[in-house]
Write a protein that binds this ligand. Structure first.
Ligand SMILES: Cc1cc2nc3c(=O)[nH]c(=O)nc-3n(C[C@H](O)[C@H](O)[C@H](O)COP(=O)(O)O)c2cc1C
Length: 211
């Protein structure tokens, strides 16, 4: 019997190769205030993401972007230059990790601003959260972000990493004093993000979202 290659097999081959590529994760550092603690947590998180062969990573640090709060369909050259620092990175992401502190029982305005400036860049992608703050560890910020990201057709990841009274948890070199629990939580989060990212990327390769 002569073996033939079915058309289904031929069309599945590029999709299979695509599915093997590392998932491209963009970490969004949400706080931008003077004297912020965010970079300590960001470095902790990035070290864990970089250990993973199934993930590649890029960073959007909102302290390095100056987007106005007034949205525009025809941004000035100055605003377009700021958007150019962010929009292509968000568009290239297969998945996001939003690093958020808690400000007044919610997330910072800098995050809402970058979210609202974009739309298609979020769509049909998974979003995980790492949070920090005082007593609540930023969890109220995370729960406020979930419905915002639902509106943007994302899938939010169930498990989070949260740092309660974050300032006391890390040494001067940025090492966590008791890393076992946070490391395990980070693994769970990254495993879930990786699964959803792989699932959504594979699905979109087979069929455009919403079609
Ligand atoms: C304006 C403001 C409001 C805050 N509100 C809360 C809060 O409601 N709950 C909480 O647990 N921590 C609160 N904090 C503490 C922050 O979560 C904590 O200082 C955190 O490190 C801030 O992140 P950042 O240093 O990266 O900006 C607040 C801090 C600021 C600056």
């Amino acid at each position: 019997m002569t073996e033939t290659t079915s058309p289904q097999f031929l069309s599945a081959a590029p999709a299979a190769r695509e599915a093997e590529k590392p998932l491209h994760v963009v970490v969004i550092v949400g706080s931008n205030r003077e004297g912020r603690f965010g970079p300590i947590v960001a470095e902790w998180l990035l070290a864990r993401v970089r250990e993973r062969p199934d993930l590649s990573v890029d960073v959007v640090d909102l302290a390095e972007v100056d987007l106005p709060t007034s949205l525009s369909f025809s941004p000035s050259a100055a605003v377009a230059a700021e958007l150019a620092k962010v929009t292509p990175k968000l568009a290239a992401a297969d998945a996001f990790i939003v690093l958020t502190p808690e400000y007044n029982h919610s997330y910072p305005a800098s995050l809402k601003n970058v979210i609202d400036w974009h739309k298609a860049e979020w769509e049909a992608k998974p979003v995980a959260f790492v949070s920090y703050g005082g007593l609540s560890g930023g969890l109220r910020a995370v729960e406020h972000l979930r419905p915002v990201f639902a509106e943007l057709h994302t899938v939010t990841i169930r498990d989070t990493v949260s740092f309660h009274n974050a300032g006391a948890l890390f040494d001067d070199a940025g090492n966590h004093h008791d890393p076992t629990g946070p490391d395990a939580a980070a693994k769970t989060l990254l495993d879930q993000l990786s699964w959803w990212g792989w699932a959504l990327r594979s699905a979109k390769a087979a069929r455009p979202y919403g079609s």
